[in-house]
Design a protein around this ligand. Structure first.
Ligand code: NDP
Ligand code: MG
Length: 389
């Protein structure tokens, strides 16, 4: 029995994680659930899964959660400090990190510090501070199992292989809802268009990141740190059917791919259950349903976020942290119809040019760079809104 702390249990990955737990009551048990402000869903989940503890990080919602659960033997906490403490409990075996964005970093570092098995969905943690996170995980012997489908695929392809025989990894990208579109079309797209994603059902922020290809840029950086790759060992290929989840090319020219239907429950259960492969009855991939699997080069010129992420990866230091912070700010603004689709890249680029470069950042440097970047991007947003009127 593995006792799971589901961080971000009310989100897209969090709710799918609870589906996996519910389908495997002999293997998994929800020990801890956390949400930011969705008190009502957290309360429902707590009543159903009866965890040992729940944490609501938005402290203003504490009273609501506490009073709803008074008749249950469930501990209720509020705030980020409590989250970082609870993940270290003896009774937690696996920490499933599905909090969105930079906000997820602190609790993952706490889990690694306690040597927990970490199933990591929160890619921003590795984008921002991958070097530090992986060094700590090595030191504390905390296994990090990727939940991101591409990285789960690469992880599976690498099993049984020697790292020095890897030539490169090839991340597949669906291309998002605007595949093949050019700037004259993209200039007018709104968040509602970007949220229509063909193959995967996911949270709002990552849906926008998929539409701009920033998601793939973040995943390049995530892969770099997870698998200890050089920058030139990471390739991206557009594969709209999302059946090949990613590939590894070896030094003899052989390529291994991991495939399946696009269903996040698979990489979630693999990451939580590793090294076991857990039997399930989910729909199987039938190749006859996919008579054509296609592949094409990504359009770095139109989808500039992908190029910016690659540049930040090559630059290293705090550049990916700056890129991530600027992106989190512009994506939120885009969701609120406060910035145009193409303008998002301009603002990320300007932020990267403004924030001072730190070659070997400490955790404090990352926290500072994140805050500084958010302030710059917010300033650019304000100026661009003023110039409209
Ligand atoms: P959602 O927006 O659906 O869910 C985010 C979760 O994090 C919610 O539980 C939310 O709580 C919580 N949360 C948000 N902000 C904070 C905060 N400041 N402090 C603490 N908790 C917070 O996101 P997704 O599930 O789509 O994505 C989660 C992570 O997984 C992201 O890093 C994403 O990149 C990654 N990922 C997602 C995939 C997907 O298919 N969705 C695929 C691969 C990776 P509340 O509901 O209360 O706001
Ligand atoms: Mg992915």
């Amino acid at each position: 029995m593995r006792r799971i702390a589901v961080l971000g249990s009310t989100g897209s990955i969090g709710t799918q994680t609870l589906e996996v737990i519910a389908a495997n009551p002999d293997i998994f048990q929800a020990e801890v659930l956390s949400a930011h402000s969705n008190a009502s869903l957290l309360i429902d989940q707590a009543k159903k899964f009866k965890p040992n503890a729940v944490i609501i990080t938005d402290e203003s919602k504490y009273a609501e959660v506490k009073s709803a659960l008074t008749l249950f033997p469930i501990k209720v906490f509020a705030g980020n400090k409590a989250l970082a403490e609870v993940v270290q409990w003896e009774s937690v075996d696996v920490v499933l990190g599905a909090i969105l964005g930079f906000a997820g970093l602190n609790s993952i570092l706490a889990a690694i510090n306690a040597g927990k098995h970490v199933a990591l969905a929160n890619k921003e943690t590795l984008v921002v501070a991958g070097e530090l996170v992986m060094a700590l995980a090595m030191q504390k012997r905390a296994p990090i199992l990727p939940v991101d489908s591409e990285h789960s695929a690469i992880f599976q392809c690498l099993l049984g292989e020697r790292p020095d025989k890897v030539e490169k990894v090839i991340l597949t990208a669906s291309g998002g809802p605007f595949l093949g579109r050019k700037p004259n079309y993209l200039v007018n797209v709104k968040a509602s268009h970007a949220l229509l994603h063909p193959n995967w059902n996911m949270g709002a922020k990552i849906s926008i990141d998929r539409s701009t290809l920033m998601n793939k840029g973040l995943e390049m950086i995530e892969a770099k740190w997870l698998f200890g790759l050089d920058n030139n060992q990471i390739d991206v290929i557009v594969h709209p059917q999302s059946v090949v989840h990613s590939m590894v090319q070896f030094r003899d020219g052989s390529v291994k791919a991991q495939m399946g239907l696009p269903d996040m429950r698979l990489p979630i259960q693999y990451a939580m259950g590793f090294p076991e492969r857990i039997v399930n009855a989910y729909k199987r991939l039938d190749f006859k349903d996919f008579p054509k699997l296609t592949f094409e080069a990504p359009d770095y010129k139109t989808f500039r976020n992908l190029a910016l992420a690659k540049e930040a990866m090559v630059r290293g230091g705090n550049a990916p942290c700056v890129l991530n912070a600027a992106n989190e700010v512009v994506v939120q603004a885009f969701l609120n119809n406060k910035v145009g689709f193409l303008e998002m890249s301009d603002m990320i680029e300007k932020t990267l040019a403004c924030v001072s470069f730190v070659k070997s950042p400490t955790l404090e440097d990352y926290i500072k760079s994140d805050a500084e970047s958010r302030a710059y991007t917010a300033e650019f947003l304000k100026k661009s809104q003023l110039s409209i009127y």
